[in-house]
Design a protein around this ligand. Structure first.
Ligand SMILES: NC(=O)c1ccc[n+]([C@@H]2O[C@H](COP(=O)([O-])OP(=O)(O)OC[C@H]3O[C@@H](n4cnc5c(N)ncnc54)[C@H](OP(=O)(O)O)[C@@H]3O)[C@@H](O)[C@H]2O)c1
Length: 288
């Protein structure tokens, strides 16, 4: 009997996709995929999810809205289980959600909620979705150029350079969170801008998981990476900087979508990538 090759439809998912970069990623994924494929536009509020789906131009892949508050552990696991049941696996996941904070926010007051979304939300998504990745899959964490050890006092480097498991990264993030919350971080070497340790924690999480999965993933064409979209004009960045001349989310999404659709480059595996180039993790580059 002649062998028949079965084309599996592709499944993509974006967290925090009701606006900004997440929404642009959904739109770009839908355009680059086919009507046989499905892109999950997820967010924490069902009305905003539905509005975002309804506002998309249409064409390309089917876009399906799903509620996903990444700060709720059971919600991440539940959606991963649903997708496993429905589709048997996933092909592209962008972990993009971020809690918006501004210069007037007191870090001590917001740090619990902030880490719950940006850091523990990220490790939840990595834990829940990495096992579902099909061959040639992509699991991409949207971080930032601030997510390297260059931005941290050397005395703190080991905290994020040493962890080899997601649990160890979570432990370090929790220790930093607690130091911010009780005010001791201000007296120590921690940067005052909470985005810096948070983004370093995200990249450390990618590196820890990559340390465990590298060989297997590379053999299956899977890419696990962190990515820096560069400065964009979104309400989040506008709280801090004049971003009126910065690229739009749709413009910034292009390089991220290339990572999802171009053949996986082993050099990118486990690294922080900006515009297709690896950003060194330390002043002296180290292997994952
Ligand atoms: N903007 C920049 O210049 C810049 C630069 C470097 C890196 N980045 C990174 O790029 C990513 C996107 O940034 P952005 O500027 O596009 O942000 P944004 O416009 O503020 O969008 C953030 C998204 O995250 C969602 N979100 C917030 N809390 C959530 C939760 N608990 N569960 C699920 N979703 C949640 C928001 O949903 P709601 O609509 O419900 O609020 C929104 O859809 C972030 O990881 C950010 O750190 C941005």
């Amino acid at each position: 009997m002649p062998s028949v090759s079965v084309m599996t439809s592709k499944i993509a998912l974006v967290t925090g996709a009701t606006q900004g970069l997440g929404l642009a990623l959904v739109e770009g994924l839908a355009q680059r995929l086919t009507p046989a494929d499905t892109v999950y536009l997820t967010g924490r509020d069902i009305d905003r999810v539905n509005q975002a789906v309804a506002a998309l131009p249409g064409g390309g892949a089917r876009v399906r809205g799903e509620i996903l508050d990444v700060a709720r552990p059971e919600a991440v696991d539940r959606l991963a289980a649903q997708l496993a049941d429905r589709h048997g696996g996933v092909d592209i996941v962008f972990n993009n959600a971020v809690m918006r904070v501004g210069p007037d926010d007191d870090p001590r007051a917001i740090v619990h909620a902030y880490t719950e979304v940006n850091n523990f939300g990220t490790t939840r998504v990595l834990r829940a979705f990495a096992p579902l990745l099909r061959d040639d899959g992509r699991l991409i964490v949207v971080a930032s150029a601030l997510g390297t050890l260059h931005h941290l006092a050397p005395v703190l480097h080991d905290r994020f350079a040493r962890p080899r498991t997601l649990a160890e990264v979570d432990e370090q993030v929790a220790a930093w969170r607690d130091a911010v919350a009780d005010g001791s971080a201000r007296a120590g070497a921690w940067p005052g801008f909470v985005n810096i340790p948070s983004k370093i924690g995200q990249v450390a999480a990618v590196r820890a998981l990559a340390h465990q999965r590298r060989e297997q993933d590379l053999g299956r064409g899977i890419l696990l990476a962190a990515v820096c979209p560069g400065m964009m004009n979104t309400p989040t960045s506008a709280l801090w900087w004049d971003v009126s001349d910065a690229p739009t989310p749709a413009q910034a999404a292009g390089a991220l979508l290339d990572l999802a659709f171009d053949p996986a480059d082993p050099e990118h595996y486990g690294q922080l990538v900006r515009y297709g180039e690896v950003l060194p993790w330390t002043p002296e580059p180290t292997a994952v």
